[in-house]
Design a protein around this ligand. Sequence first.
Ligand code: G5P
Ligand code: MG
Length: 235
Amino acid sequence: MPANVKHATHLLKPLRLLLLGAPGSGKGTQTSRLLKQIPQLTSISSGDILRQEIKSESTLGREAATYIAQGKLLPDDLITRLITFRLSALGWLKPSATWLLDGFPRTTAQASALDELLKQHDASLNLVVELDVPECTILERIENRFVHVSSGRVYNLQYNPPKIPGLDDITGEPLTKRLDDTAEVFKKRLEEYNKTNEPLKEYYKNSGIFSTVSGETSDIIFPKLLDLITSKFGQ
Ligand code: G5P
Ligand code: MG
């Protein structure tokens, strides 16, 4: 267990969690904290999977890059096929599975396709949490972001800098900038998010599993998020 995690949290019931939030709101940051805190948890991030495909220069990666570079969402059927294939390959389509999704679903079409599949396996989502962070704090965060594509680890030059500048803490490999982390593309990503987020929130509010956690920083949000999870699923 990492030194900064004092007591691991053990869940008593399977948790299938979706994190929603604007670009840069801290979905990846909260995911890695939850993974450290909750040993039973595993996760996938649609954005991380796409960036790995781009890095490996696959056909899908080349197609994804054209959307990502413009701050546009991939077509629903393409991303849904990709992620549901992963869920199945990982053996996550079963009632006992505990996992977290970061970045998928992002539209109501993706959400209802995922629901259909999960229902068939008695493994429906049982918690959706929106990270509510003031928009004005976000741009600076992503302009200072560096990533380690293979692992999905994220750094920020002020908030959580790598131990050695430019290198991943664990592997020592070089960090890179995301191709969509420019002020111009970020504006488009935020527009896309604001278009799709309200209907998606409504969709999950209607299913009774939706909560919001608000805060200006990830340090403020994390304990609230963990309390919410433990109050519903935990020790
Ligand atoms: P992604 O990869 O899903 P976004 O845009 O949803 O991308 P992003 O940018 O990855 O979300 P995040 O994960 O919410 O943001 O945020 P993060 O990485 O944890 O934190 C951002 C930065 O802030 C980091 O540098 C972190 O260290 C720092 N930070 C965190 N907390 C704090 C804090 O409290 N203070 C400070 N100062 N810094 C902090 O999707 C990318 C693209 O892939 C496609 C789309 O094209 C999308 O645009 N895509 C999909 N398309 C269709 N459907 C889907 N389902 C898709 N999924 C991905
Ligand atoms: Mg992310």
